[in-house]
Design a protein around this ligand. Structure first.
Ligand code: ADP
Length: 921
């Protein structure tokens, strides 16, 4: 049972506690609802769009509620309706009411007012006859008054009487008319409250006694009246400034007196303006340019001073803060745009500093890793300014701009700097600083104007008069306009990178990939080029080896061929042997010549392929060329009963070109025509000249036959190396298949194209056109006509020194020459030739025939030595080279060694005689 008792006790306790809690809850909810008339009135009773409220009266009501436990029920009503309503018991409270006699019978005025209402006499800004510091200046003027403002008017009368001033009055009952009275110049002055909304548009001539205003209650409810009075009393006891503070919050001083510029000062302004203002170039937010317009805090302040004083200003820019001070000191400027300091007491030497016109918040930025508030710390300060005395520091470094100061701190050159917040914001937008951090510290920076201390004091007084009359509202508007606006949005590259890290990372990655690709490609191509270079080198070496081989081989083959052809010639010329022997000798001769032509062709083709053929440019006669061809082919044609014709249609006869190669082409074509034309056929060689310009002509060469023709399918193929048309009937046809290939290449080198037209069984035409310069000079007779009379009587009795190491060749040459009555002396090498020549008397030999390739001393060396000898005939004696090396370069070497001419081996008897005769003549 005992436990039951205990349990009941506990239960009873819980119930008791719960009851107490709910009772106290009910007590807190018991708020008294008070009805408040809330007539909209700027600064006093304000209701905002979102339903919230404000105003000095509202703040008072909130404070009162804290002492009374009231809960308000606000009712927006017209002012007069509200007063009537409270008298009739419709509302409990309303505010702010002046004490109007005979007005408040039903209203309860507490013992304590809630604020003051100043009265102002305002006048138009352009009315210079009124001076705010001289009450007498309103004597005789007309004052506009609102009819109901009896209390205000009474006080005005008191003030005017006291100052012994008489004015006229004009009364208005309509608000609109009253407000327009000054603008329409119906009155000189208007009597208003300092809460009048347009007050800042006018100048204030007089400000006088305040009118107290009250929050009133309905007399019928004494409890509320007592509570109200008690609450206001307690509020003042707690904070005597409550009324003043709450009123100033909504009614800042936003009216000003006109600057009273004296006549003397006006004259000074007229005389000296525009005043030059020293500012720092591009110095946001103090001074910067928007297009051509000067903007910023300084221009805005000065334009207000201009409006007050009529003075005009223009701007001269300095590179730094210090320079701007300097400009004023040395008289380059009249006014210092801004003097910035932590406290106004500190001035600059030689400069008179005016009253502050603006206060800026500043902040201290310090290097994250540096010591701060320390006797060792280094302050960065702009040149011309001083370091803050409130921050401990050991030394100071000076910079021209705030930006440089901030950079110095960021880079660790200084430990901290102090600068206006607005400037910092701007710098932060422009650039990115990694190593700085703000210090929570908000000392102010004061801005003032400055003038040269030694100059006319009038400017100082004018500026001061202008500054004194600036209102807080005006300056704070200028500050916010110049600092809250975005300013200049230009960003440094660094800031751009830091604010777009992803984009810039991507750009860098892409850039690196591109660069890597380029580097890779560069090395790849370089490697490829190297490979190509080595391949080319190899090919070059191969072709060198090949051409050396060919040259050696041709020499080796030509030497025995020389012997065969020479011996055959000798035997033929001797006339020995029966006709059968002679016929065999002829066959040996023609076979050897054919073999020689094959060797020549192979050599030519290899030269063409290795690009070693060089054309000569020498004057020659076309007529002569045709004549030579006729000589070669006429006999052959006659033997086979072929009609060989040469047709020349040309106006010029002499041209410049490679006659030998041209002859080689035509011989090729003509021998083909002979080979493939039957007996009784016809072969026609045509040369047609057509003028291209004054100095050159196009020559068309054509070799036409009535032979077997070429099938169409083979027309292109036959120009290839070793290509022939397969013909069953002519299986024993002689030829290598190189002739046309060589000819086509040579024609191409001459700038033409060798073409063919052909029809099987009807004939073929091979033709080409080349352009050659016309030779204007005269050709030597010997060049013109190489054909020399059959008998070489000039040779008779001449002495020839023959240098030849090969016995057989020497024998052939000697025999050939001796047949023409030449006396031959033979030596076996170059050295012997030189020695022999030296030993003999000048004039012993008429000519030297010199082989080029000889042991001990070759022909070239020997020729050089002979030509260098000191004797009468050393220079003049003809030296003729004989060699199986017939390449162009061999020919050139012989000529440059001082030899006169070059006879290729194996030599043609006729050619040998002709060459010798030419020089013995
Ligand atoms: P080759 O005459 O030494 O065989 P070419 O290169 O001079 O070599 O000629 C190649 C081939 O072209 C000849 O074998 C021949 O079949 C053909 N050909 C050349 N000229 C004529 C021509 N005038 N008439 C018929 N066939 C020709």
């Amino acid at each position: 049972m005992k436990w039951l008792k205990n349990s009941l006790k506990i239960l009873a306790m819980i119930i008791t506690i719960l009851a107490c809690v709910s009772a106290s809850a009910a007590e807190t909810q018991a708020k008294q609802v008070v009805r408040v008339a809330f007539p909209e009135s700027k600064g006093l009773c304000e209701t905002y769009a979102d339903g919230t409220r404000g105003g000095a009266v509202y703040e008072w009501l909130l404070e009162i509620a804290k002492y009374t436990n009231w809960e308000y029920e606000f009712v927006e009503d017209d002012l007069m309706e509200a007063i009537r309503g409270i008298s009739a018991g419709k509302y409990d409270l309303m505010g702010a009411i002046l004490k109007i006699p005979g007005f408040g019978e039903n209203l309860y005025y507490p013992d304590y007012l809630i604020g003051f209402n100043n009265s102002l006499l305002i006048y138009n800004k352009d009315d210079y006859s009124i001076k705010s510091f001289d009450v007498k200046s309103i004597d005789g003027k007309t004052i506009g008054v609102f009819k109901n403002a009896a209390a205000k008017l009474k006080r005005l009368h008191n003030v005017l009487d006291f100052n012994n001033v008489a004015c006229k009055f004009k009364y208005y009952s309509e608000t609109d008319d009253f407000e327009q009275a000054l603008n329409k110049h119906e009155v000189d002055l208007l009597l208003v409250n300092d809460t009048y909304k347009n007050v800042s548009d006018y100048n204030v001539a007089l400000r006088f006694d305040a009118e107290p205003c009250y929050i009133v209650a309905q007399k019928a409810d004494p409890v509320i009246c007592a509570q109200l009075n008690d609450a206001i009393k307690k509020i003042y006891e707690a904070n005597p400034n409550f009324g003043e503070t709450s009123f100033r919050k909504y009614f800042p001083v936003n009216y000003h007196n006109a600057a009273n510029i004296s006549q003397e000062e006006l004259d000074f302004i007229k005389r000296s303006q525009p005043f030059k203002v020293a500012v720092i170039e591009d110095n946001y937010p103090f001074y910067f340019r928007e297009g051509k317009k000067s903007v910023g805090i300084v221009p805005d302040i000065l334009s207000l001073i201009s409006a007050q004083t009529g003075a005009e200003f223009e701007y001269v820019t300095a590179a730094s803060y210090k320079d701007s001070i300097e400009m004023v000191k040395i008289g380059k400027a009249d006014v210092l745009g801004y003097f910035a300091n932590e406290d106004n007491a500190v001035g600059a030497e030689g400069i008179d500093i005016t009253k502050n016109y603006m206060t800026l918040n500043s902040t201290v930025m310090r290097n994250k890793y540096a010591a701060f508030y320390d006797n060792r710390s280094v302050a960065a300060v702009i040149n011309g300014s001083t370091a803050s005395r409130n921050i401990k520091h050991g030394s100071v470094v000076y910079f021209d701009t705030y930006e440089e100061c901030l950079k110095a701190v960021d880079e660790g050159k200084a430990d901290y700097t102090r600068l206006p917040v607005a400037v910092l914001e701007h710098l932060y937008m422009r650039d990115y600083y990694t190593n700085i951090t703000p210090v929570v510290d908000s000392p102010k920076v004061y801005l003032a104007l400055g003038v040269n201390a030694d100059r006319d004091t009038q400017l100082y007084s004018i500026l001061t008069k202008g500054l004194v009359n600036l209102t807080d509202e005006q300056t704070s508007k200028i500050l916010s306009n110049n600092t809250l606006m975005s300013g200049k949005k230009e960003m440094s590259f660094r800031a751009l990178v830091y604010s777009n890290p992803v984009t810039f990372s991507l750009i860098i990655i892409v850039f690196i990939i591109l660069a890597a690709t380029l580097v890779f490609m560069y090395f790849w191509f370089k490697m490829k080029n190297q490979v190509i270079y080595f391949k080319m080198k190899r090919v070059e070496n191969l072709s060198k080896v090949r051409s050396e081989f060919l040259s050696r081989m041709s020499h080796e083959i030509r030497t025995p061929l020389n012997a065969i052809i020479g011996l055959a010639n000798l035997m033929r010329l001797s006339g020995d042997g029966d006709p059968v022997t002679q016929k065999n000798i002829s066959k040996i001769d023609s076979s050897a010549k054919f073999l020689l032509s094959i060797v020549n062709d192979i050599l030519d083709m290899s030269k063409i392929e290795s690009g070693k053929i060089q054309l000569e440019s020498r004057p020659f006669s076309v007529e002569n060329l045709l004549e030579q061809l006729r000589n070669i082919f006429q006999v052959m044609a006659e033997e086979r009963n072929i009609n060989l014709q040469f047709k020349g249609y040309f106006t010029h006869k002499n041209f410049v070109g490679d006659e030998l190669r041209l002859k080689q082409i035509l011989i090729n074509l003509l021998s083909n025509a002979h080979k493939f034309t039957e007996t009784k056929g016809e072969i026609t060689v045509t040369v047609l000249e057509s003028a291209v310009s004054e100095n050159s002509s196009a020559l068309r060469f054509s070799v036409c036959d009535t032979g077997i023709g070429i099938p169409e399918a083979d027309l292109e193929r036959i120009f290839g190396s070793f290509e022939q048309v397969f013909r069953k009937s002519r299986s024993n046809q002689q030829g290598t298949g190189l002739g046309l290939a060589i000819s086509r290449n040579l024609v191409e080198l001459m700038g033409g194209i060798l073409s063919v037209r052909s029809e099987v069984a009807k004939g073929s035409e091979f033709f080409f056109t080349i352009e050659l310069p016309v030779y204007q000079g005269q050709l030597e007779e010997s060049l013109k006509n190489n054909e020399v009379a059959g008998k070489y009587h000039v040779l008779q009795g001449k002495n020839v020194l023959l240098a030849e190491d090969n016995d057989l060749n020497a024998e052939i040459a000697a025999t050939m020459l001796e047949m023409q009555g030449v006396k031959v002396e033979r030596v076996v090498n170059g050295q012997q030739a030189v020695d022999r020549f030296k030993e003999t008397l000048p004039g012993t030999y008429d000519l030297i025939l010199m082989d080029l390739q000889m042991p001990i001393k070759d022909g070239l060396e020997a020729a050089v030595e002979i030509r260098a000898l000191e004797r009468a005939d050393a220079r003049g004696i003809p030296i003729i080279a004989m060699t199986a090396n017939t390449m162009q370069e061999d020919r050139e070497k012989a000529l440059s060694a001082g030899m006169n001419c070059f006879i290729p081996k194996p030599f043609d008897v006729e050619q040998l005689y002709q060459s010798i005769e030419k020089f013995l003549n």
